[in-house]
Design a protein around this ligand. Structure first.
Ligand code: NOJ
Length: 787
C-alpha cells in the first residue's frame, strides 16, 4: 500500500517531491559541506525599490555582529523582539500575535475569528476590520503583526485545532481574504507576517504524558504532497499575500516531504523568493528552527523567539565561511526592507505594553517595562459587532426567527453566560481547561493560543438578550449549565418557555487537534433534554470553531432554529440580538461544509510507522478538500459550503460571460510565476455577471456565488470551484447586476510537465447560485485561444 502511494506521488510530482526527496537537505549535518540548490535572486524590490536602496545602504555600514543582531531574537516586552543597530539609529522590531487583535494586552478590541468573519463574504467589511486591527497594533508599538493566517492551515482537515485562525478551506475565498487583509493591515503602517508557510494543516502527534495541561513529546508531521496540489491548492493564498506586499512570512513547524519547512530550499528559496519574488523576510515559527547553516542558506532570515541557532552560532558560521557574508547581507536587507517601505523609520511608536502582564510595570532581567495601556480602540466595538452579525449563519428556521410576539424565553447552557475570568486564564485563554477535555466555563468568543486576544469586556448572550427582553417586556429564565443530569431544573425552565435557546460550543485551542467533531460537554444531551420539555420551539446557537456533527438532534420536532455563531469576539451577545430580533437580516454563508458523519471527510489521519522517526500525513485527496470532496464523491452534506438562510428570499437571473481586459490595481509585488500566453496572470480576462433580485418582504444582502468546472480533459479537477462572489444589499423588489472578475490565474491549472500556469482549452461550465449546491444558472464557455 505504502509503496504504491509513494510511487504515485513521485510520478505526479516532477518538481517538489523529487527535488526534496533527492536533495540532501534533510540529511545535512551542519559541519558537512553542501550545495545550496536554489539561490534566491535579488530583484531590487519591485515596488519597494527606494526602500531596497535604503536597506542596502544601511546594511553596507554594518559589521557582521550588527547584521546578525537583526536576524536574531533578543529579550524584550513583546511576544518576541529582534535586535537593532543602535549605532545607526535602527531599533529592533516588536512582534506580536494575532488575527483577532493584539494578543496578551489590554485596551484592544477582540474581533471575530477569521474563520467566522469569512462567512460574511464581504470584502469591504473585512478590509475595514483589517485596517482597524492594524491601527490597534500600531498604537501598541508592535512593528510586525504575526498575522494573518493566509492558508496555513487552509482547513484540509476538520479535525485541525487551528482552522478557526484562518479563513476557509476554499482556496479562492482564502486567496481573496488573504490579499485584502494583508493590504488592510499594512495600510495602517504595520508590517504583516503571513503564516504558517506552508502545509501547516494539522498540529502534532503527541505521545507523552500531560504536563501542566500540555501534552509532551510532540512531533509535527511531514506532509507528503505532490506538485500540482501544492501549487493549485496551498500556495495561491501565499502568492496573494506576496502580491499584496506582506513584509514577512513565517515558516511552519511541519516538514514537507521529509524536510523541515524552515530549512527547505525548495519552499523558501525556489518557490517563495524566486517564483513568488518575495522580497521581505522569512522568520521561523517559535521553535521551528532546527539548524544554523541549512536554515540560513536555504532561505530563513530570522529566528524567533530566541537566538538558539542564529545569534552567536550564525556569527561563527559566517566567520567560518559556512554562510557567505553576501547571504547575511541579504538577510539583513530583507529585514530592513519592509521597515523602510512601511516608513516605520520616520514615525512609529515604541512598544508600550508587556506581554502576559497587564499591570503598570514589569521587571525582568534588570529591565523595567511599562504598560501604558494605550487605547486605540475608537469605534472598534461597533465594527466588531457588525462583522459578527454579518457573519452569523442561519442554518435552520421554520419561522421561529426573527422573534416576535413572545413573552417567555428560556436560556440554556454555560455558553450563554460570562466566563469566570478572562485575563486570569493567561495569554492562551485556557485556564478553564481540564486535562481530559477542554472546557471553558462561559461563553466562547474566541479560541485559545496565538489566535486569541483578550476582550476588554464580553457582551454575553445572556446579558444582551436580557437587556433586549426588558425593553420588549419578555420574561427570561435560565439554566446555565451543560450537565443534563439536573433534568428537573431543565424541565422547569423549558416547560415555562415559548422559545428555548440552547447555547453549545466547541472550544478549540492551539496545540491540540480535535478528537471528534461533536459538541463539547456532550452538548447534544443538553439540546435533547431541552427539546423534550420545551413548551414552545427550540433555537440552538453554536459557538464552534468549525465543522460540527448535528445529526443527533437537528431533525427533532421542536428544533425550529439553528444558528452558527462561530467565534464572534467580544460583541457576541449584541450581534446575536441583532439577528434574533431581525435588526440585521442574516446574510452569512458557511465558509466550509457541515457533513453528517465523521467518516464523510477525506481521511486526514497522521500516520506513524514503526520504522520512521517522524509521523507523516499523506495528502492523497489532492485538490478535493471540503465541498470539492463531497461533490466529487456525491456525498450529501448536512449544510453545504456557501449555505446560509435569510429572512427574505433572492432570485438570480441572466448569467452572462464576456471577454474583458482589466488590470487590477492591487499589486505591490509582482510575482515571477510562469504562465502560457501573453496576458498577465493576474489580469482580468473575463467577466461573468448575474442579476440578483430581492423577492421577499424585508431588506437584506445576498452572497451571489460563481462556480466553475474545468474542461473534462482536466481529470484531476474536482467538479466545481468557487471563482467569484459578490454581496449586494437589496430592498424588497430591488435588483442589481453583479460582476465576477475572472483573472487569468482563476481559470488556469498548474501544468506539471511544463511547470507553468495554463488555461486549459475546451469547454468550461459556469454556475451561479446561492451556495455550492444551489446553482440554478449555468453557462458553457468554449476556450480555444491562449491569451
Ligand atoms: C506559535 C504559533 O504557531 C504562531 O502562530 C505564533 O505566532 C507564535 N507561537 C507566537 O505566539
Amino acid at each position: 500500500m505504502w509503496s504504491v502511494l509513494r510511487d504515485s506521488l513521485t510520478l505526479l510530482s516532477p518538481l517538489l517531491p523529487v527535488a526534496v526527496h533527492q536533495s540532501p537537505l534533510h540529511q545535512i549535518k551542519e559541519s558537512a559541506p553542501f550545495v545550496v540548490e536554489h539561490e534566491a535572486p535579488v530583484s531590487h524590490g519591485g515596488a519597494w525599490a527606494t526602500a531596497f536602496d535604503m536597506a542596502a545602504d544601511a546594511v553596507s555600514k554594518m559589521t557582521v555582529e550588527e547584521k546578525v543582531n537583526l536576524t536574531s531574537a533578543v529579550f524584550g516586552p513583546c511576544s518576541s523582539n529582534s535586535g537593532g543597530v543602535p549605532r545607526l539609529g535602527i531599533p529592533g522590531l516588536c512582534f506580536d500575535d494575532g488575527p483577532s487583535g493584539p494578543r496578551y494586552t489590554d485596551f484592544v478590541t477582540q474581533f471575530p475569528s477569521p474563520f467566522f468573519a469569512a462567512a460574511s463574504f464581504d470584502r469591504d467589511l473585512l478590509y475595514k476590520k483589517g485596517l482597524h486591527i492594524g491601527k490597534e497594533f500600531r498604537g501598541k508599538g508592535i512593528n510586525v503583526a504575526l498575522s494573518p493566517i493566509t492558508g496555513g492551515p487552509l482547513g484540509r482537515s476538520p479535525y485541525a485545532g487551528r482552522n478557526w485562525e484562518g479563513f476557509s478551506p476554499d482556496p479562492y475565498l482564502t486567496t481573496q481574504l488573504s490579499g485584502l487583509t494583508v493590504r488592510a493591515m499594512q495600510d495602517s503602517g504595520l508590517i504583516t507576517c503571513s503564516k504558517h508557510y506552508i502545509l501547516f494543516e494539522q498540529v502534532e502527534v503527541c505521545k507523552g504524558p500531560v504536563v501542566n495541561g500540555q501534552r509532551t513529546d510532540c512531533q509535527f508531521p511531514s506532509v507528503e504532497i505532490d506538485d500540482k496540489t501544492f501549487k493549485e491548492l496551498y500556495l495561491p493564498s501565499f502568492a496573494e499575500s506576496v502580491r499584496a506586499g506582506t513584509g514577512s512570512i513565517m515558516c511552519s513547524y511541519n516538514k514537507i516531504n521529509g524536510t523541515q519547512t524552515c530549512e527547505n530550499s525548495v519552499a523558501m528559496n525556489k518557490i517563495m523568493k524566486d517564483e513568488l519574488n518575495f522580497q521581505g523576510f522569512i522568520l521561523s515559527d517559535y521553535g521551528a528552527t532546527h539548524s544554523t547553516v541549512p536554515s540560513a542558506r536555504n532561505g530563513m532570515d530570522m529566528e524567533l523567539p530566541e537566538a538558539q541557532y542564529f545569534g552567536d552560532n550564525l556569527i561563527k558560521a559566517v566567520k567560518a565561511g559556512d554562510v557567505p557574508e553576501s547571504r547575511l547581507d541579504d538577510m539583513a536587507r530583507r529585514i530592513l526592507l519592509p521597515w523602510y517601505a512601511s516608513r516605520q523609520h520616520e514615525d512609529y511608536p515604541a512598544p508600550n505594553f508587556q506581554k502576559y502582564d497587564l499591570s503598570d510595570e514589569f521587571e525582568q532581567d534588570g529591565m523595567v517595562f511599562k504598560n501604558e495601556h494605550v487605547d486605540n480602540r475608537g469605534d472598534g466595538h461597533i465594527l466588531a459587532r457588525k462583522v459578527a452579525a454579518d457573519s452569523t449563519v442561519l442554518l435552520k428556521n421554520d419561522g421561529v426567527l426573527p422573534l416576535k410576539g413572545i413573552r417567555r424565553i428560556g436560556i440554556f447552557g454555560s455558553d450563554a453566560g460570562a466566563p469566570p475570568t478572562v485575563s486570569g486564564c493567561g495569554p492562551d485563554l485556557f485556564c478553564i481547561v481540564n486535562s481530559e477535555r477542554r472546557y471553558w466555563n462561559g461563553t466562547v468568543t474566541i479560541g485559545g493560543g496565538s489566535g486569541a486576544a483578550y476582550p476588554d469586556y464580553i457582551s454575553t448572550p445572556l446579558e444582551a438578550i436580557s437587556l433586549r427582553a426588558r425593553s420588549e417586556k419578555i420574561r427570561i429564565d435560565q439554566y446555565l449549565q451543560d450537565d443534563a443530569t439536573h433534568f428537573e431544573s431543565i424541565q422547569t425552565v423549558a416547560a415555562a418557555s415559548e422559545v428555548c435557546m440552547v447555547f453549545v460550543k466547541v472550544y478549540l485551542v492551539e496545540g491540540w487537534d480535535r478528537d471528534n467533531l461533536r459538541l463539547d460537554h456532550e452538548g447534544e444531551k443538553l439540546i435533547k433534554a431541552v427539546e423534550k420539555s420545551c413548551a414552545g420551539k427550540v433555537v440552538v446557537v453554536m459557538h464552534t470553531g468549525g465543522q460540527t456533527i448535528m445529526e443527533d438532534w437537528i431533525d427533532l420536532p421542536k428544533i425550529a432554529g439553528v444558528i452558527w455563531a462561530g467565534y464572534p469576539g467580544q460583541e457576541s451577545g449584541n450581534a446575536l440580538v441583532d439577528i434574533l430580533w431581525g435588526d440585521v437580516n442574516p446574510s452569512g454563508k458557511l465558509p466550509f461544509t457541515m457533513g453528517r458523519t465523521e467518516s464523510e471527510w477525506p481521511p486526514s489521519i497522521i500516520r506513524e510507522e514503526e520504522d520512521e522517526t517522524y509521523p507523516r500525513s499523506f495528502f492523497t485527496e489532492g485538490l478535493a478538500i471540503d465541498y470539492k470532496w463531497f461533490d466529487k464523491y456525491n456525498i450529501p452534506p448536512r449544510f453545504e459550503f456557501g449555505f446560509g438562510l435569510s429572512y427574505t428570499s433572492f432570485e438570480l437571473s441572466h448569467l452572462s460571460f464576456k471577454e474583458t481586459h482589466i488590470q487590477l490595481n492591487d499589486t505591490v509585488q509582482q510575482t515571477n510565476e510562469k504562465f502560457a500566453g501573453k496576458a498577465d496572470l493576474y489580469n482580468v480576462l473575463w467577466t461573468a455577471s448575474v442579476n440578483v433580485t430581492n423577492t421577499g418582504e424585508v431588506a437584506g444582502a445576498e452572497v451571489a456565488q460563481l462556480y466553475v468546472s474545468f474542461p473534462e480533459s482536466e481529470r484531476e479537477q474536482p467538479p466545481r470551484h468557487l471563482k467569484g462572489f459578490s454581496k449586494p444589499y437589496l430592498k424588497p423588489g430591488q435588483s442589481e447586476v453583479v460582476h465576477f472578475h475572472l483573472r487569468k490565474k482563476d481559470l488556469s491549472v498548474w501544468d506539471v510537465k511544463h511547470q507553468m500556469w495554463v488555461v486549459p482549452k475546451g469547454k468550461f461550465k459556469l454556475y451561479a447560485g446561492h451556495s455550492s449546491r444551489d446553482l440554478p444558472l449555468t453557462l458553457k464557455v468554449d476556450m480555444q485561444e491562449t491569451r
